[in-house]
Ligand binder design. Structure first.
Ligand code: ADP
Length: 470
């Protein structure tokens, strides 16, 4: 099969969250299965700065129209581990960040229109797989492509949707305003990029079965996206758990760690990682209690208020917490650190330090309010760090609670119960001090889990196969 993944981000070039991990690890897995796989994404200045090879080979150059405006796009190409990467160079992407600009709708509409034009010039793809709101209008545009192409839309985060105006349909996408007036592209009183994709794609999925169920069962969710999925895609909306890049996230080979480890030498090697990160951050080396790690965007979705509540469980247990994160709630976290000297915030994006913290921690906190799949809990289990998660989305699908006998890998708390996070931290402290044997069992079980793409890549291929040629 000839597959094109369309995305706003992909490692090894750029990443803001789990989507960047997903595209890179999934595309490599497809290539290993013998599929011909390509990825297309914007050529941000940020990418050129770190990966000059991305702009070396010019593959195509063309113009296209967005209503009365003419725009130019240059397509560059590079190959990486069996995956063809195409980059769309346009003025809109002369930026050092990926998202968060006031004209994001126009930036990603331009990208989508450029990819649409690319697909009229290079139309040998069988499947075009779009990801999140930035690329969600493409399946509708491809209905006008002379060649039949199967389309899939994966929703990685339903909270981001691309809300625009009725007129954007024609101003950005040259589409008939009937798509708005008929309700097809409309949610509430706005044009909605994500809803348009949900309506137009041949298949729509999200990144865990529990998240899929949660979405269709809550009609209020995410401005009504839950209701649209239930009414319009009910029997046709699935959840496929993301795999991890098990080469990048491997404690046996990870070059960042002071000592590599498997479950046999985890205890000693993790102690060395702990000393290394504490020394690097100039923290007290001699505390005896558990080290809690947090690596996340500091946004409300991630349960930052719960993380702050968890800090109350540190002092009496001589515990510490290290948070690596950036985002809207930085000042709240800084205030909490000031009140809790046991907590250290590393307020930046730091891939290497993240590797070290996954290895150094005893527990990894991920108390999200919603979590489509989640990556951090998978990495932490692989690194012998017990995850403490809320019972939502992919967290519920991938972590087994202490009470699940031999299958247990961590703590899964019920977010609807008051103070559940605080009580769970007290239970985790207790396990750490008073039941080392059980702690080691959970650690071993987590480390032996199957987190790669073997199963999920096949599920995606079956999803593609299930689309009939129109
Ligand atoms: P989301 O995609 O919602 O942000 P995920 O858990 O799926 O959440 O993916 C987040 C990924 O980004 C994880 O691999 C995590 O380790 C990484 N990450 C988040 N913040 C940082 C940071 N400040 N520094 C390094 N890595 C980070």
């Amino acid at each position: 099969m000839n597959i094109l993944l369309v995305t706003g981000e992909s490692l090894p070039y750029c990443k803001s969250g789990g989507l960047g991990d997903f595209i890179w690890s999934y595309s490599k897995a497809l290539a290993k299965l013998g599929e011909h796989v390509s990825v297309i994404l914007p050529l941000y200045d940020l990418v050129i700065a770190k990966h000059p090879e991305a702009e070396k080979e010019v593959y195509d150059r063309f113009d296209f129209h967005m209503s009365e405006r003419t725009k130019w796009a240059t397509i560059t190409k590079t190959e990486n581990e069996g995956v063809d990467f195409y980059f769309v160079r346009m003025d809109e992407f002369k930026t050092m960040a990926l998202y968060g600009y006031p004209n994001d709708n126009e930036r990603f509409a331009s990208f989508t229109m450029a990819v649409n034009t690319f697909l009229t010039r290079h139309n040998d793809y069988d499947v075009v797989h779009c990801n999140d709101w930035q690329t969600a209008v493409l399946p509708l545009l491809l209905r006008y492509n002379p060649k039949t192409i199967k389309t899939v839309l994966t929703i990685h985060n339903p909270a981001y949707q691309g809300w625009g105006l009725r007129g954007d349909l024609s101003y950005f996408f040259n589409l008939d305003l009937d798509y708005y007036d008929s309700g097809f592209a409309k949610l509430g009183d706005s044009f909605n990029f994500l809803k348009t994709g949900i309506m137009a794609a041949d298949k729509v999925n999200t990144v865990s079965p529990t998240q899929a169920r949660e979405l269709v069962s809550d009609h209020e969710a995410f401005g009504g996206i839950g209701a649209i999925l239930d009414w319009c895609r009910h029997n046709d909306f699935s959840g496929i758990v993301n795999g991890l890049d098990t080469e990048v996230w491997n404690p046996k080979t990870d070059p960042v760690l002071p000592e590599n480890y498997g479950s046999d030498n985890a205890e000693e090697a993790k102690k060395k990682a702990r000393r290394a990160i504490l020394a690097y951050l100039d923290m007290d080396l001699d505390f005896k209690g558990p080290l809690y790690g947090v690596i996340t965007r500091l946004s409300a979705q991630k349960g930052i208020d719960r993380i702050i509540r968890a800090m109350d469980g540190l002092h009496a247990a001589d515990g510490r917490m290290i948070i690596i994160g950036t985002g809207e709630l930085e000042s709240e976290v800084m205030g909490a650190c000031w009140r809790h000297p046991e907590v250290y915030l590393v307020n930046k994006y730091d891939e290497n330090l993240a590797h070290l913290l996954y290895a150094a921690s005893d527990y990894f906190l991920m108390p999200s309010y919603f979590e489509p799949c989640g990556t951090g809990q998978l990495i932490s289990m692989r690194y012998g760090t017990l995850p403490i998660v809320s019972n939502v989305g992919g967290l519920a699908d991938t972590v087994k609670d202490l009470g699940s006998g031999e299958e247990a890998t961590g703590f899964v708390f019920n977010g609807s119960l008051p103070d559940a996070i605080y009580n769970t931290v007290l239970a985790a402290n207790d396990l750490f001090y008073n039941n080392r044997k059980r702690f080691a069992e959970l650690q071993k079980k987590g480390m032996s889990g199957e987190y790669g793409w073997a199963k999920s890549a096949k599920e995606y291929l079956s999803l593609y196969d299930s689309i009939s040629w129109k």
